[in-house]
Design a protein around this ligand. Structure first.
Ligand code: PAF
Length: 284
């Protein structure tokens, strides 16, 4: 069932809770692909009822980013959800989520702000305010849907770590279920932003997974020094790539590593023309 208002969702949730049913939430920005589908399948398996939210959240886009051109494919998204056994597709408007005033000026909105230590690095460094927008909307979705479980992809690993921290710090009664990255056969991690890539760009985008897989292979062979592991990346980069970061950090608290170990997660962000792609791999 496709619903656009908070009240409609609340009515269903109230009924389900009364019946003692468990609720799973899969928060998305739409343009659903097989990566999303894997989260949806997990929720449908685990929970009595599944809600998928489809909302291109304006407050998590920084000025000059792709808010206007972000792919919006609600009709196809709804079909995919229906076939996958989703109970509610919640697709609110920005006005429904934030009210008229907030769209005009974010200064009138109460924000959930994650700790600086978690956002002053990786994607947070170039996307200032992005994770405030993510935490704020995810918190609102948790309040609206009151899920027992919420499913997030490990591709956005920094986002996942920050959301887990928010849930713990704010005692939000939901269990976060991390779901593995889904890749094309080529190794490219699925992302709604892959839609921006031309066929040539797509080939260039393979550099991300090649770099990560090669680092993991080197680590498995016994190379632990992060500088030595980082250097192996350069063989995969050419003039079409602009490397934003390649970093080795703790998988739980994002502390930087100088020697890699099984708790080390390698994070990469790469620009191919105007398209910015991210990926990551756990070494352990
Ligand atoms: O990962 C996403 O698609 C978004 O950041 C999320 C979690 C749906 C919040 O808008």
């Amino acid at each position: 069932m496709l619903v656009h208002t908070i009240n409609e969702v609340r009515e269903c949730i109230k009924k389900w809770k009364k019946e003692g049913l468990t609720v799973g939430l899969v928060p998305t920005m739409g343009a659903l692909h097989n990566g999303h589908l894997s989260l949806i399948k997990k929720s449908v398996e685990k929970c009595d009822k599944t809600v998928v939210s489809v909302f291109v959240n304006p407050i998590q886009f920084c000025p000059g980013e792709d808010l206007d051109k972000y792919p919006r494919t609600l009709e196809a998204d709804e079909k995919l959800c229906q076939n996958a056994g989703v109970d509610i597709v919640f697709a609110p408007s920005p006005k429904e989520m934030y009210g008229e005033g907030h769209i005009l000026s974010n200064d009138f909105l109460t924000y959930v702000v994650p700790p600086f230590f978690y956002v002053d690095k990786l994607c947070g460094k170039s996307r200032v305010g992005h994770f405030d927008g993510v935490c704020t909307v995810v918190n609102k979705l948790f309040n609206i849907v009151q899920p027992d479980y919420a499913f997030f992809g490990q591709k956005d690993a920094q986002q996942l770590i920050i959301i887990k921290k928010m849930v713990k710090d704010l005692n939000i009664p939901v269990e976060i279920i991390p779901c593995p990255i889904v890749r094309e056969e080529s190794g490219l991690a699925l992302s709604s932003r892959n839609k921006y890539l031309s066929e040539t760009d797509k080939k260039e985008a393979l550099a991300l997974s090649k770099i990560l897989f090669n680092i993991k292979a080197c680590y498995d062979k016994g190379i632990k020094d992060v500088d030595a592991l980082s250097e192996t990346a350069y063989g995969f980069l050419n003039e079409h790539h602009s490397l934003e970061y390649l970093e080795f950090r703790d998988k739980e608290n994002l502390e930087q590593k100088t020697l890699a170990d099984d708790n080390t997660q390698v994070f990469i962000a790469l620009r191919i023309g105007s398209v910015r792609l991210i990926d990551n791999i756990l070494l352990g």
